[in-house]
Design a protein around this ligand. Structure first.
Ligand code: ADP
Ligand code: MG
Length: 250
């Protein structure tokens, strides 16, 4: 589904250059559940933006379903985003003073389908929020807002769901409810790419990628053995889990 080759992204900051992505090669098959982890500033969000066709690489290639999307026009990129990709952000990015159902219906304005309300309602039902359809974001809890954001992301039935720190602003219990939704979308056939700096969240995926300074430095399958090692290490500290990861990779 995804084939990234030698991808770089360089931001010009006045005289200075920030090399946010520094030669990333990555293949993701349809129906995988991939977690991406790494310290702040390691390029996770930049990679997600590029995978989500929200931006173009400085150099390198990105094939989505065999199409060279790095050569696509803005219009073509918008079309892929709308038809095939759902994006979930840490800060929900909902429109204030607009009801849950109207937030969810936003992508349908550009879509092909007839009954926006019915489709938006169906997506809200999918995340268990049908009874909050008329509430505005300020009338919802953090977990509920994120569920609305997920409903918006899935309203066009995308095959790829990209989630950038989706549980970062939520307590553990609420975060786990959100993760359950991703598991259920995965079970229904979606491909999931989830960015998180929390190991217990990352280990919910079936493949774990680690980034350092714009590069992928680790890419391993998540086994139950690895999950057990992490639980037994009794810490969520990144340095510890890093060692677990290295051992598991050998
Ligand atoms: P992460 O999500 O892992 O924290 P980011 O992808 O957001 O990392 O950022 C990677 C690097 O690129 C950082 O050094 C960040 O400051 C820089 N960066 C990200 N976005 C921009 C931007 N729009 N303009 C300039 N620099 C940016
Ligand atoms: Mg980020």
């Amino acid at each position: 589904m995804i084939k990234v080759s030698a991808m770089t992204k360089v931001y010009e900051m006045g005289a200075a250059e920030v090399r946010a992505l520094d030669g990333v090669d990555l293949v993701i098959e349809e129906h995988e559940f991939v977690s991406i982890t790494g310290a702040s500033g390691s390029g996770k969000s930049t990679l997600m933006h590029l995978l989500g066709c929200l931006d173009r690489p400085t150099s390198g290639g990105y094939e989505f379903d065999g199409d060279a999307v790095h050569q696509f026009s803005d219009r073509q990129l918008a079309r892929i985003r709308n038809q095939s990709i759902g994006f979930v952000f840490q800060t929900f990015n909902l429109i204030n003073r607009t009801s849950a159902i109207d937030n969810v219906a936003v992508p349908l304005i550009y879509g092909r389908r007839g009954s926006a309300k019915a489709n938006a309602m169906e997506a809200l039902e999918r995340v268990g929020l049908a009874d909050r359809a008329k509430h505005t974001p300020s009338e919802l809890s953090g977990g509920e807002r994120q569920r609305v954001a997920i409903a918006r992301a899935i309203v066009n039935h995308p095959r790829l769901i990209l989630a950038d720190e989706p549980t970062g602003n939520l307590d553990t219990r609420t975060g786990n409810q959100i993760l359950e939704i991703f598991h259920s979308l995965h079970a229904d056939g979606a491909t999931i790419v989830l960015v998180t700096h929390e190991m217990h969240v990352a280990l919910q995926g079936e493949r774990l990628i680690k980034m350092v300074d714009g590069k992928i430095v680790d890419d391993v399958s998540v086994t139950n053995e690895l999950r057990k090692q992490f639980v037994q290490s009794g810490t969520q500290h990144f340095g510890r889990s890093e060692r677990v990861l290295t051992e598991a990779g050998e």
